[in-house]
Design a protein around this ligand. Structure first.
Ligand SMILES: Nc1nc2c(ncn2[C@@H]2O[C@H](COP(=O)(O)OP(=O)(O)OP(=O)(O)O)[C@@H](O)[C@H]2O)c(=O)[nH]1
Ligand SMILES: [Zn+2]
Length: 328
């Protein structure tokens, strides 16, 4: 039996009914006996999949019928072939379920294409250190925009609270309704555990912010599990270009660690697609003149009128406009 890359309850999380429904692909093929599984890592054409309802991770490739269709971490898939997980065994992915959500990134600065990296997450956890490295509000804002655009609920985790004060960042992000958790060495993680419980949370953070420290604290036996993944891929977790899905201990949920995410392309985000994430603001801007970008240079933006007559707090509008500038 192998359980590489995975800890604790494989039933928790991905196959739990989410807020959204779980449609199957339309062109139902004839793979009646195909085994449902979840992709936990991707490495050079090999996909490690956790078989649903079993404590079993198997190595797979993409079947030819999928063509150029991408398979990414978090995808719900169907497998045929040798799903024993025995050494040297290789199953085939014959079907990929429709995705509830997709998080994309731009691979690097001279790559104009946005690539899907994580499927079916429902939460995006931005991990930022309060010092060493210092926080960058512009980067947090860009990641927040990407989260809202992808339909993921953001959470902000501020690490190294022993080295700096969280007050400024809390003041900047609480008005948006973003849950903010601070951590420091030895700190109690119950609030963070509560926010992660039952969710599929993508962790995003700059190198050195303390992401590994956090994952190790959340998943006590992770060192052993990561070691097993390394045997399979021949590479360390931090040199991998793939995300990895890790099951959380009781009461369950998943974290999807993303060592490679450096930037998010926001070119496809428009003020209107973005404002939809804030239902109170979306209601107000219905009164805006056509084509209003809702920024502070707009003379007749209804958001300013709403602040003037007390329907909207000035802090919330300021936080919203600062974030809007991140892609404007
Ligand atoms: N003072 C302080 N140091 C911390 C805290 N959390 C982590 N560190 C230290 O910060 C350094 C980086 O921590 P990691 O957990 O390796 O950070 P990471 O984000 O995983 O970084 P990479 O491994 O480069 O991706 C280590 O020396 C940790 O001991 C904290 O809350 N306070
Ligand atoms: Zn407006």
């Amino acid at each position: 039996m192998s359980r590489q890359g995975i800890t604790s309850d494989p039933h928790a999380g991905f196959d739990r009914p989410g807020r959204r429904s779980r449609p199957r692909t339309k062109d139902r093929p004839t793979y009646d006996k195909a085994v449902p599984a979840i992709v936990v890592t991707v490495d050079r054409g090999r996909f490690r999949c956790l078989i649903e309802g079993q404590d079993q991770v198997v190595s797979t490739t993409k079947a030819r019928n999928l063509g150029r269709k991408a398979v990414i971490v978090g995808d719900r898939v169907r497998l045929v072939g040798d799903t024993s997980g025995d050494e040297g065994s290789l199953a085939r992915i014959v079907e990929v379920d429709e995705r509830e959500t997709v998080l994309r990134r731009t691979a690097d600065d001279d790559d104009p294409f946005e690539r899907p990296i994580v499927a079916n997450a429902d939460q995006l956890v931005i991990v930022t250190a309060l010092a060493d490295p210092p926080p960058r509000v512009g980067m947090i804002d860009r990641i927040l925009v990407a989260a809202y655009d992808a339909g993921l609920d953001p959470v902000l985790v501020l690490t190294k609270a022993d080295l700096g004060s969280p007050d400024e960042l809390i003041a900047a992000y609480r008005p948006l309704g973003v849950p903010v958790v601070t951590t420091e060495p030895g700190s109690e993680l119950s609030e963070l555990r509560r926010l992660l419980a039952g969710h599929r949370s993508v962790l995003v953070g700059h190198s050195g912010v303390g992401k590994s420290t956090l994952v190790n604290a959340l998943i006590p036996d992770i060192h052993r599990e990561v070691g097993e993944v390394n045997e399979v891929t021949g590479r360390g977790r931090h040199t991998s270009t793939s995300a990895i899905a890790l099951a959380l201990p009781d009461p369950g949920g998943w974290v999807i660690d993303t060592p490679g995410v450096r930037s998010f392309g926001l070119s496809h985000v428009t003020p209107d697609s973005f404002i939809a994430a804030f239902s109170d603001l979306a209601d107000i801007v219905e009164d805006c003149p056509r084509g209003c970008r809702h920024d502070s240079t707009e003379p007749e933006c209804a958001l300013d009128a709403a602040v003037a007559d007390g329907r909207l707090s000035a802090e919330r509008l300021e936080s919203f406009r600062r974030m809007e500038r991140a892609f404007g």
